[in-house]
Design a binder for this molecule. Structure first.
Ligand SMILES: C[S@@+](CC[C@H](N)C(=O)[O-])C[C@H]1O[C@@H](n2cnc3c(N)ncnc32)[C@H](O)[C@@H]1O
Length: 414
């Protein structure tokens, strides 16, 4: 791909395009970007490129002759077969998008990008020489250089070899009419915010599914106009859409949330917080023990207790009797004993906050993993654990009670 940019500011324009990824692609000869000084092609002594507009009015208009001569200089005789496109950067052009970038990259070998300045260019040059007008958006720039740089950059990164892999651009925003999923890099925890568990477990199918879901979600939230045009009729997409709708129906947590250790004064509230009683609901004694040992944490919402969890750090001998599988992480572990969200806050995403807080707290205590055991029949608890990165490891038996073992790896800091 060769790109000639006809401009009054070739140094500035060229310096930007000869940096970084595009600059390296130029050095390797994958693309050839040249910035041509229009002023060099004037036929007057003063090297004047513009003049007053006929009919009067503010500003000056760029003359057709220097533009045409500059164009002729880049369109040489011996390249007749080259698929060329002359494009005038203009606020009156078709708004630029990724599909146009794709088309320019695939259909042409040589682009000539003409940058106007002042009040624009003489209309006769456009009529005579321009194949297409492209606008960067519905606003007016001082000159066409920024628009030309945007077009050159976005086209060049689609040329084979410029980026390390095709997926670098096929998975990006706008390639399939969607926005890209959120991206994360090291460290795994920053300012108390963890990278989503699904990205850390090495399950590529799950990662792909999560990313696809996030793309749909983002497109819906940030660009409803693009979302409307998406074809989401496949069975998989319909399933994801249903899940998305469920998430959207969650009660928004707009109040102030805060974690603190539970005290005996919380006992009464914790007991009444959850109207439902399950077989696994901790006994009064156990609850008191967790509070006494500092293992029970309360999540307050606008200062009122809303949810809680308990996590212990003593090794559990009965975990050694795991059958039909094995624990995957050795070293010290913490045990997620219990997690409960108060009735008014169910479906608000508080369970996720509790799970995240427990993992960060265990990491601070330098635990290598978290373990949990749940009754074989407790489907909601198993689903919750799965959603927050716990994996089924095998079966356990605790005084006749058949339980299942779950485990989640933590970030080992030393
Ligand atoms: C101040 S503008 C001229 C605007 C022109 N008088 C009009 O109202 O349509 C000067 C030059 O900037 C460039 N330009 C301005 N806005 C642009 C946009 N949105 N997209 C691409 N190029 C733009 C064009 O090359 C244009 O000739």
């Amino acid at each position: 791909m060769r790109i000639d940019i006809l401009t009054l500011f070739p140094e500035t324009t060229g310096s930007v395009l000869h940096e970084s990824i595009i600059g390296r692609a130029c050095s390797k000869g994958l693309i050839d970007i040249r910035c041509v000084q229009i002023r060099d092609y004037t036929e007057n002594k003063q090297k004047q490129v513009d003049d007053y507009p006929y009919g009067g009015g503010m500003g000056c208009v760029m003359m057709a002759q220097p533009l045409k001569s500059a164009l002729d200089a880049v369109v040489t005789e011996d390249d007749e077969n080259v698929r060329r496109r002359v494009i005038y950067m203009s606020p009156q052009g078709k708004p630029y998008d990724q599909n146009t970038a794709k088309r320019l990259a695939s259909d042409y070998d040589h682009l000539v990008l003409v940058c106007g300045h002042y009040e624009g260019v003489d209309e006769r040059f456009i009529e005579e020489c321009v194949d297409e007008e492209i606008s960067l958006g519905d606003f007016v720039l001082t000159g066409g250089e920024i628009a030309a740089m945007a077009v050159a950059d976005s086209v060049c990164r689609l040329i084979p070899g410029v980026l390390s892999d095709e997926s670098c651009f096929t998975e990006e925003s706008h390639w399939n009419g969607m926005l890209e999923y959120p991206q994360y890099t090291r460290p795994e925890v920053w300012e108390g915010r963890r990278v989503p568990d699904v990205l850390l477990n090495g399950d590529h199918a799950k990662v792909d599914q999560w990313r696809h879901m996030q793309s749909i979600k983002r497109t819906k939230e940030k660009r409803p106009d693009l979302f409307e045009k998406l074809d989401l009729s496949s069975k998989e997409d319909q399933k994801l859409l249903k899940k998305l709708q469920k998430d959207e129906e969650r009660i928004p947590l707009e109040g102030h949330t805060c974690f603190r250790k539970a005290t005996n004064e919380d006992l009464e509230t914790l007991r009444t917080l959850c109207a439902r009683k399950y077989a696994c609901t901790p006994s009064e004694e156990t609850l008191q023990e967790w509070i006494r040992d500092g293992n029970c944490f309360v999540l307050t919402y606008d200062e009122a207790p809303a949810a809680y969890y308990a996590m212990t750090t003593d090794e559990k001998p009965f975990y050694d009797s795991i059958t039909d599988g094995r624990w995957h992480f050795s070293g010290a572990y913490a045990v997620l004993e219990y997690i409960e969200v108060g009735d008014p806050y169910r479906g608000s995403g508080m369970a996720g906050l509790l799970m995240e807080h427990a993992a960060v707290a265990a990491e601070k205590m330098e635990k290598h993993s978290m373990r949990a055991d749940v009754s074989k029949h407790n489907e909601p608890a198993k689903k919750l654990l799965g959603r927050y990165g716990y994996r089924f490891r095998g079966n356990l038996e605790d005084r006749g009670d058949r339980r299942q073992a779950f485990e989640k790896g933590l970030i080992v800091r030393n």
